[in-house]
Design a protein around this ligand. Structure first.
Ligand SMILES: *[C@@H]1O[C@H](CO)[C@@H](O)[C@H](O)[C@H]1NC(C)=O
Ligand SMILES: *[C@@H]1O[C@H](CO)[C@@H](O)[C@H](O)[C@H]1NC(C)=O
Ligand SMILES: *[C@@H]1O[C@H](CO)[C@@H](O)[C@H](O)[C@H]1NC(C)=O
Ligand SMILES: *[C@@H]1O[C@H](CO)[C@@H](O)[C@H](O)[C@H]1NC(C)=O
Ligand SMILES: *[C@@H]1O[C@H](CO)[C@@H](O)[C@H](O)[C@H]1NC(C)=O
Ligand SMILES: *[C@@H]1O[C@H](CO)[C@@H](O)[C@H](O)[C@H]1NC(C)=O
Ligand SMILES: *[C@@H]1O[C@H](CO)[C@@H](O)[C@H](O)[C@H]1NC(C)=O
Length: 326
């Protein structure tokens, strides 16, 4: 019974590997072949999840599963300073599944333990995009290894501490930040985020489990107040209070505001949006179980560039101040 399972997994693994991002593994050359051969030599070829090279056959993109890799094995696989895009994959699409004891992972990778030392990241001085979704044991130390060159960062399952906020604030080349299932306490000091002058695209993804929990889904108004250069802000499954809405008022460069699964805790006045002369897209999808009837009040008279207005499923009345034709 077990051996049958194992052979199914191996076959699946082989099928996956035969075509990784359009490459036939046997045809790999250059440094991609080097990394693949290295992982194969330590019996970890399942950890290889894709690779790309420049015309000199140097690695510019690497996708890895880090399950069961030892710290020194990870360092060896990352020993290529030409890497620009690095993705640590998570096996399940659903980011919130805790896969630490998953039997598929143990079968496929040998164990589900993750590396603890990501110091090798700090040598990747050409790194532009870093996806840490497969690194769910994130902490300030790991984040401190991220090189300053990074422009796009994806992190998952983390509780912000002051140290983490300060470490992230040092990544001054950041343009795009995606925070998934990150607990962003309003009690911390986010003024260092003002150093992130190039941060124009922020996405915050939460997930209501059964019902919204007030602490984990609060929209982090205090952090947003210090992200004044945003052009695009997306928040999924956030609970809004008036002060969070007011925090939008200083984002004078904001072009796209998307609130998905929004739950409004009170009646709301969106007057803060009046100042957003550059806003072209406003989308609000409310959660279906927004229990009480809420009033959302807009003054659309100054939103001259607004092209897309999409308000869905809100069990609310929309009131407009001034003249605005829907
Ligand atoms: C990284 O590569 C250099 C040579 O390019 C080598 O000297 C060094 O030992 C390697 N480090 C690791 C951790 O594999
Ligand atoms: C989130 O991180 C904690 C602490 O590292 C860990 O115990 C938990 O399993 C993680 N959750 C998920 C869904 O990965
Ligand atoms: C941020 O960078 C500055 C200057 O490089 C450094 O002095 C400081 O220790 C860094 N802070 C953190 C939290 O890493
Ligand atoms: C912000 O981006 C500009 C243009 O891309 C770049 O020249 C500058 O160094 C970046 N600023 C910081 C603080 O990294
Ligand atoms: C907007 O910016 C001004 C000046 O920096 C500041 O005094 C004010 O508190 C900010 N408002 C909000 C809602 O963040
Ligand atoms: C709108 O965007 C332009 C260009 O990005 C900027 O110069 C201007 O200050 C923004 N408008 C407002 C009201 O801030
Ligand atoms: C709507 O906004 C405009 C421009 O900021 C302001 O002049 C006007 O008084 C506002 N209308 C209402 C009813 O608040």
């Amino acid at each position: 019974m077990y051996s049958k399972c194992i052979s199914i997994f191996l076959t699946l693994g082989l099928l996956l590997l035969v075509k990784v991002n359009g490459y036939i593994v046997n045809e790999f050359t250059g440094q991609c072949k080097e990394v693949y051969d290295y992982l194969k030599s330590i019996d970890k070829r399942e950890n290889f999840a894709g690779c790309g090279m420049n015309e000199n056959e140097e690695i510019t993109r690497l996708n890895l599963y880090s399950y069961c890799l030892k710290d020194e094995e990870l360092s060896t696989a990352l020993n290529y300073t030409t890497i620009e895009t690095l993705e640590f994959r998570k096996l399940f699409i659903d980011w919130n599944i805790d896969d630490s004891d998953d039997i598929n992972i143990v079968f496929r990778f040998g164990c589900s333990r993750l590396p603890t030392n990501y110091e090798a990241l700090s040598h990747l001085t050409n790194l532009k995009e870093l996806d840490l979704r497969g690194v769910k044991n994130l902490n300030a130390n790991i984040l401190a290894s991220i090189p300053k060159s990074v422009e796009k960062l994806t992190i998952i399952n983390l509780t912000f501490t002051q140290e983490i906020v300060d470490v992230l604030s040092n990544l001054t080349n950041l343009k795009t930040l995606l925070l998934s299932h990150v607990i962003i306490s309003d009690e911390l000091d986010y003024s260092n985020f003002e150093k992130l002058i190039n941060l124009t695209d922020l996405e915050i993804v939460n997930e209501y489990f059964y019902e919204p929990t007030l602490t984990n889904n609060d929209v982090p108004g205090n952090m947003l107040k210090h992200c004044n250069n945003l052009k695009k802000l997306t928040i999924s499954d956030g609970i809004f209070y008036q002060q969070n809405i007011d925090a939008f008022g200083n984002m004078s460069n904001l072009e796209v505001l998307e609130l998905d699964g929004a739950l409004f805790n009170n009646d709301f006045d969106f007057s803060s949006l009046d100042k957003l002369n550059n806003l072209t897209t406003l989308k609000i999808n409310c959660v279906t179980y927004n229990y009480e009837y809420k009033h959302l009040t807009f003054n659309f008279s100054t939103l001259a560039k607004l092209k897309t207005l999409n308000i869905n499923r809100c069990l609310t009345s929309i009131r407009t101040k001034g003249n605005f034709e829907f």
